[in-house]
Design a protein around this ligand. Structure first.
Ligand code: TRP
Length: 455
């Protein structure tokens, strides 16, 4: 048997995991989901979810991966037995679905970068009329398709070349530059007229609103938390499978979550003041909000042209390191379980993903179709199933594995297992139920209406 690859450097694992977590989920998805969920009301529920469910959940994936040293499908098979391979199969489907539209959105960021190469953002806005019209023109159509093609080709290329050479380099430059940029932009945004209204919406929670809307907030927060932390489909299982036994997994988990959550919060601190000062209603801006607010920002700050190029370029790199993680899971499965060569596996799986994403470049209704399914249902279901496995079927090994690299866990190990066994599982079941209800509503409502209007 060949020796399984391990991370080339000690920080390689952290870099790759942060690289996977930080991506379009933080920069593109977080602001519009937060806006949609009432701003601060969403933020509170989301942060609670990350701390009390995201943190235990990432540890679950870590111990499963490090223990089995397998891809998610093989890992579940080893731990749970035969039926579990279907769950592993579900992870693969989730990876396909998420990456398909993820790539189209990454293509939009490439487009905004290219627009910056053509001229200043002031000039580009003027050429398209205004920020909303600009987004409308670049988000669908042939141009979007070409950039989706480009992004998938690069992702496939990196994964085909293999994990060591492919993954570790990108994150090193990406995380510090994105943090610096966002901090700078947030400071600038605070000086805008009417910034206060943005902060008010984003940061001042009304607990009455939370109680009234918990049925929408809970599944939205669950989906966003798992999406942004790359949980619920085996990415963290896969990455931890390349890991030595001497690492303190809780410390690594806290680092990853800290970076990821920090970047999302910072993005909100830029987006909300910018949109209220541009006179946009923050309540339901939709998936274009990051593009609109950022082009407004780069058209109006000194040095905005250069900053814009750096911002959009950095987000493309962030998206790439996340996309790599998604394709890596799917590819590792085919390599490990079917014995296919890496490059063939990467091209084959990536090709299917690519085709699935094509309709999104035709109409954004397909974005809702795919994102709602992956986020509201598949990821929550995937996380739930892992919790059931580790909480009820193999708790002993899980505690044992977690303690490696830490030392005796004392009662913390048991607390972790019991948190998983009852409260977390209940919250996930409720979130999943609500997510399904909402998705069915979308299918029978907006989506049916779209079909009737277009076919
Ligand atoms: N976490 C990434 C982001 O926020 C997206 C992502 C990468 C992901 N791998 C994943 C989401 C696995 C869910 C599951 O952009």
């Amino acid at each position: 048997m060949v020796q399984r690859e391990t991370w080339a450097t000690r920080t390689g694992f952290i870099l790759a995991a942060v690289g996977s977590a930080v991506g379009l989920g933080n920069i593109w998805r977080f602001p519009f989901i937060a806006a949609d969920g009432g701003g601060a009301a969403f933020l509170v529920v989301y942060l609670l979810f990350v701390a009390f469910i995201g943190f235990p959940a990432i540890l679950v994936e870590f111990v499963v991966g490090r223990r089995t040293e397998r891809n998610p499908v093989g890992a579940l098979l080893e731990l749970g037995g035969d039926v579990w391979k279907y769950v592993g199969g579900l992870f693969i489907v989730t990876g396909f679905v998420i990456l398909s539209y993820y790539s189209v959105i990454a293509g939009w960021f490439i487009r905004y970068f290219l627009e910056g190469l053509r001229g200043s953002y002031v000039g580009r806005l003027a050429a398209y009329g205004e920020a909303g019209a600009m987004f409308g023109e670049v988000s669908t159509g042939l141009d979007a398709l070409v950039l989706h093609t480009l992004f998938m080709a690069v992702t496939i290329g990196v994964v085909a070349l293999g994990i060591r050479r492919g993954i570790e380099f990108a994150t090193k430059a990406m995380v510090p530059s994105i943090v610096l940029l966002l901090v700078g932009l947030a400071v600038w945004a605070s000086t805008l007229p009417n910034a206060g209204a943005g902060y008010e919406y984003y940061l001042s929670p009304d607990f009455g609103v939370i109680l009234e809307n918990w049925q929408e907030l809970l599944p939205a927060a669950a989906g966003q938390a798992f999406f942004t932390l790359s949980l619920g489909m085996g990415v963290m299982i896969t990455y931890a499978s390349y890991l030595g036994e001497d690492r303190n997994l809780t410390r690594d988990a806290a680092t990853i979550i800290g970076f990821d959550t920090g970047i999302a919060i910072l993005t909100g601190l830029v987006v909300f003041p910018v949109i209220t000062s541009a006179g946009i209603e923050p309540a339901a801006p939709g998936p274009n909000v990051i593009f609109i607010s950022m082009t407004e920002a780069f058209a109006n700050v000194t040095g905005g042209h250069l900053l814009g190029l750096v911002f959009f370029g950095t987000v493309v790199i962030a998206a790439l390191s996340s996309a790599i993680s998604l394709l890596e899971v799917v590819t590792a499965y085919v390599i490990d379980e079917k014995g296919v060569e890496r490059w063939k596996a990467a091209i084959g799986m990536g090709g299917v993903v690519y085709l699935l994403g094509v309709p999104v470049t035709y109409d954004l209704v397909f974005l809702s179709l795919l994102d709602g399914f992956a986020d509201g249902i598949l990821l929550v279901f995937g996380a739930l199933v892992l919790m059931l496995l580790v909480g009820w079927i193999t708790p002993k090994f899980a505690v044992e594995e977690l303690s490696k690299g830490i030392g005796d866990l004392g009662s913390i190990g048991q607390a972790w297992i019991w948190a998983i066994r009852v409260p977390i599982i209940i919250v996930l079941v409720v979130s999943l139920y609500l997510g399904v209800v909402e998705y069915v509503e979308f299918l029978t409502g907006d989506f049916t209406a779209w079909i009737e209007a277009n076919l």
